[in-house]
Design a protein around this ligand. Structure first.
Ligand code: AVJ
Length: 340
């Protein structure tokens, strides 16, 4: 069986595990006093496509702002990262921004080794196929996984490659964590994640993290309540996914998208608010969950950072901030970190 087919089979097998995780997480989230669902479940095929549409909305500035920073500084970043690296990306999604960096790296390098890691099998299959045609000489290995396991598998795969090819493959790593996905993590979780990444890095490795910065609340609220209603669809799609995959009878029309900036917590919050008292039946769980009028299901936090908070977080986790690549409006920071 060809290697590519092996990769697809492996990803399909994991889809079964995905189902188990989803079912038990939904049961837990709808059973607790303050109902919640993890934002990682936004990214099924429909959700990933809706997120790509969100990135095109005039109000949603993060993606295009980060892309403009990468376009402007990719040559400096690839110079700082050195000549022989393997690129490991957490939450790669469509890898559209990463292609900017890979283009520069391919100009300078003999060969690119890129390991996109994503929870969504569908966007991973799609983006790796596209990137392989864009970078025919590159070795691109998609890994369907959450972040921590994903890095270990990327490092292990790279080492196998090195063994197979008599150490031709590079030994320095550039880990990418773009798109302000770090914003979805509670601050303690973000600390823990950076700490676990630090443990997997050697002195010559680097970490590039995209942070959405604090700014005018009106700009933030508009970004998560776009006029076209795509973010609302993206949020409600979580319920549609429960219906599709867990045999739920949830009526999307009985829920309202609600997103607002919580200045105390310095985060955008997304919720699905019930318009009436409801009985939510989920066939795969054989259970009914009661939700009251006005009660919400908390679906996402998106923390907004200051440069001081970024520096404190990096230093606290054993990194040095080599450079903050920031846009003119100071809305977004791509932080270039090295192990200290
Ligand atoms: C992909 C997590 C960075 O929080 O801004 C977009 C997801 N949520 N619109 C973000 C999202 C609502 C996005 N991240």
């Amino acid at each position: 069986m060809r290697k590519q087919e092996e990769e697809v089979v492996e990803m399909t097998l994991q889809q079964n595990r995905e189902f188990e995780d989803f079912a038990s997480d939904v049961e837990r989230g709808l059973t607790t006093k303050s109902k919640y669902l993890s934002p990682k479940y936004f990214y099924d095929k429909v959700g990933s496509q809706l997120f790509e549409q969100i990135c095109l909305q005039p109000e949603y500035y993060p993606t295009r702002t980060e892309a403009s920073i990468l376009n402007k500084h990719a040559h400096v970043i690839s110079k700082m990262a050195g000549s022989n690296i393997k690129v490991i990306e957490l939450g790669s999604g469509s890898s559209s921004k990463t292609a900017i960096l890979l283009s520069y790296l391919s100009l300078q390098k003999k060969k690119i080794y890129y390991f996109p890691i994503d929870i969504s099998s569908s966007i991973l299959i799609e983006s790796t196929k596209r990137l392989k045609s864009q970078f025919p000489n590159a070795t691109i290995t998609g890994i369907r996984s959450d972040y921590n396991v994903g890095i270990d598998r990327a490092v292990a795969t790279a080492e196998c490659m090195a063994a197979e090819k008599n150490n031709e493959t590079p030994d320095t790593k550039l880990v990418l964590f773009l798109g302000s996905s770090i914003g979805n993590f509670e601050l303690m979780e973000a600390r823990a994640l950076l700490g676990s990444i630090r443990k997997k890095l050697h002195r010559n490795d680097f970490l590039l993290v995209g942070f959405d910065l604090q700014k005018d609340e009106a700009v933030l609220n508009a970004a998560y309540n776009d006029k076209a209603g795509i973010t609302a669809k993206f949020n409600l799609n979580l319920l549609a996914r429960i219906n599709r995959e867990l045999d739920g009878n949830l009526e999307l029309g009985k829920f309202e998208h609600c997103a607002f900036y919580n200045s105390e917590q310095q985060r955008m919050e997304m919720h699905l608010v019930s318009k009436t008292d409801q009985q939510l039946y989920i066939g795969a769980l054989g259970k009914t969950f009661v939700i009251r009028e006005g009660e919400s299901i908390h679906t996402e936090n998106s923390y907004k950072y200051t440069l001081n908070q970024i520096a404190a977080l990096a230093v606290d986790r054993g990194f040095t901030v080599k450079k903050n690549f920031i846009d003119k409006k100071r809305w977004f920071d791509v932080a270039f970190l090295s192990p200290s």
